[in-house]
Design a binder for this molecule. Structure first.
Ligand SMILES: NC(=O)c1ccc[n+]([C@@H]2O[C@H](COP(=O)([O-])OP(=O)(O)OC[C@H]3O[C@@H](n4cnc5c(N)ncnc54)[C@H](O)[C@@H]3O)[C@@H](O)[C@H]2O)c1
Length: 464
């Protein structure tokens, strides 16, 4: 039975990086709503009930602890959750499909469709269904079609409310989002459902940041937002390659162009490449959509963003190999950072995965260090067994190494004792800064051969 103590019962299906943090924030800001988060993954739900949460996000644990067991509950009982809910948020994973038609590009909607069928099977009352997962355009229409096949005469209103949070700053993004987008049908029932959602968010988000649109615009906006963000990274990374050849400095170029208010200075940091579960997947999803509608030029344009990212991984490993006398076989290379960015334990699609694979193909002895992501790194690289070493302590990782490569911009790497590391390394000691995080002149003075990204290297011995 719905819990009448609360104004409404909200359910979230999927307790991952989106479902957990977003529902924790809603519970924290809206004590009048009862929030239940369900997942088929028993271990994940068990972890949400402890202080060892299944994901790391700064500030998340405090918020969970404030609301948990008051108006925030975690459960594996999906059916009960559905039955009791007035509003169902769906945050299940929508990875790239790896089989059949559209393999490697389109979204795999099997988890999504299963939730639709669960909702249809179990529901005994009208519900608003909120798409939180990132989905191809018109998925809401498909979902409504599935939900309308029942003979229970229930009304399901599907609305789109894509999540724009960035991992690592998720709690800040959820508390003060640039915008919340809510797309619905422009019918009476669609507008009513849209307003119910607006009412929830208006508890802490200013009205002018709650923007509304039709369903398709909302679904498409999420794919386009991620594609534009990734495009900025690939654009500056492409320029980093040129900078290295013409003795320009990519940080100076980024600064110079970023001061133009039409361009802006965000997302202009050259790096080893973007990662995370979303950028590549969402671009490929956009590419697939365009191809399906015969827009091949548009598809090719966006697909190149991904190709440029792959090229950046390849280029980074080429720089390492060429600098180290064209062979890294048997050389110990310490990778500092494995998470796809700082302040997260998430390693999905991390550049570090691809770089490790390429280093292993060159028969290097790879050691991986990361303050939060070792567990995930071990899973990602399980096929290599004991051939890869894991050391949470960066000093142990670098001990005896021929080279250190910075792959994640963790703050802690800025403050390491690089003299001590240098003394413990093989000589010449190489450092490849894939995030331009460190003080390169200082490292050079210590004695390192320094290879920043998108800047000329600082080397003691000159090639002849
Ligand atoms: N991670 C991000 O930063 C981010 C940001 C914005 C949007 N998104 C989108 O949000 C969606 C979820 O992403 P995520 O990173 O949270 O994924 P995730 O893999 O961390 O979490 C998804 C969860 O859904 C669960 N699940 C799958 N099918 C289920 C079912 N039928 N019933 C109950 N639980 C089920 C899985 O067990 C998993 O725990 C994706 O579409 C993603 O593109 C992610």
């Amino acid at each position: 039975m719905p819990d009448k103590k609360f104004k409404k019962n909200l359910l979230c299906i999927g307790a991952g990086y989106v479902g957990g943090p977003t529902m924790a924030m809603i519970a924290y800001k809206c004590p009048q709503y009862k929030i239940t988060v369900v997942d088929v993954d028993k271990d994940k739900i068990a972890a949400w009930q402890t202080d060892q949460l299944p994901i790391y996000e700064p500030g998340l644990l405090d918020i969970v602890k404030t609301a948990r067991d008051k108006n925030l509950f975690f459960s594996t009982n999906v059916d009960k959750g559905i039955k009791e809910a007035d509003i169902i948020f769906i945050s299940v994973n929508t990875p790239t499909k790896m089989f059949g038609e559209g393999a490697g590009k389109s979204a795999d909607l099997q988890y999504w469709e299963k939730t639709a069928r669960d909702i249809l099977r179990v529901s005994e009352s009208d519900k608003i269904i909120v798409e939180r997962s990132t989905l191809p355009v018109k998925t809401a229409i498909a979902m409504e079609r599935i939900l309308s096949t029942g003979d229970k005469a229930l009304n399901f209103e599907v609305i789109s409310n894509p999540e724009f949070l960035a991992e690592g700053t998720a709690m800040k993004d959820l508390e003060k989002p640039d915008r919340v987008l809510i797309g619905s049908k422009e019918t009476e029932s669609g507008m009513k459902a849209r307003n119910e959602l607006v009412e929830i968010y208006a508890n802490w988000i200013p009205r002018d940041r709650l923007i509304t649109s039709n369903l398709m615009s909302s679904e498409l906006s999420k794919l386009v937002a991620n594609s534009f963000l990734a495009q900025r990274i690939s654009s500056i990374n492409s320029i980093s390659a040129l900078c290295e050849i013409v003795d320009a400095n990519v940080t100076e170029v980024a600064n110079a162009i970023g001061k133009d208010s039409r361009i802006g200075d965000k997302f202009l940091k050259a790096s080893v490449g973007f990662g995370g579960s979303c950028f590549k997947k969402d671009i490929l999803n956009l590419v697939y959509l365009c191809e399906q509608f015969g827009l091949y030029e548009v598809a090719a344009y966006w697909e190149y963003i991904v190709k440029m990212n792959d090229y950046q991984h390849t280029r980074f490993v080429q720089t390492i190999t060429r600098a180290m006398f064209n062979t890294i076989a048997g050389k110990r290379i310490a990778l500092l950072g494995f998470a796809f960015k700082a302040n997260t334990s998430d390693t999905r699609e991390s550049a570090a995965i691809y770089i490790t694979q390429k280093l292993m193909a060159e028969k290097a002895k790879v050691v991986i260090s990361d303050p939060k992501a070792i567990k995930n790194a071990r899973k990602d690289l399980k096929d290599y067994g004991n051939d890869i070493e894991y050391q949470e302590d960066p000093y142990k990782a670098a001990k005896g190494a021929h080279a250190v490569a910075i792959l994640t911009e963790w703050d802690l790497y800025k403050d390491l004792d690089y003299e001590k590391i240098y003394n413990d390394m093989e000589k010449p000691a190489f450092i490849f800064d894939g995030r331009n995080l460190l003080d390169h002149a200082k490292l050079f003075d210590i004695g390192y051969e320094v290879y920043p990204l998108g800047k000329p290297p600082l080397i003691h011995f000159k090639e002849v």
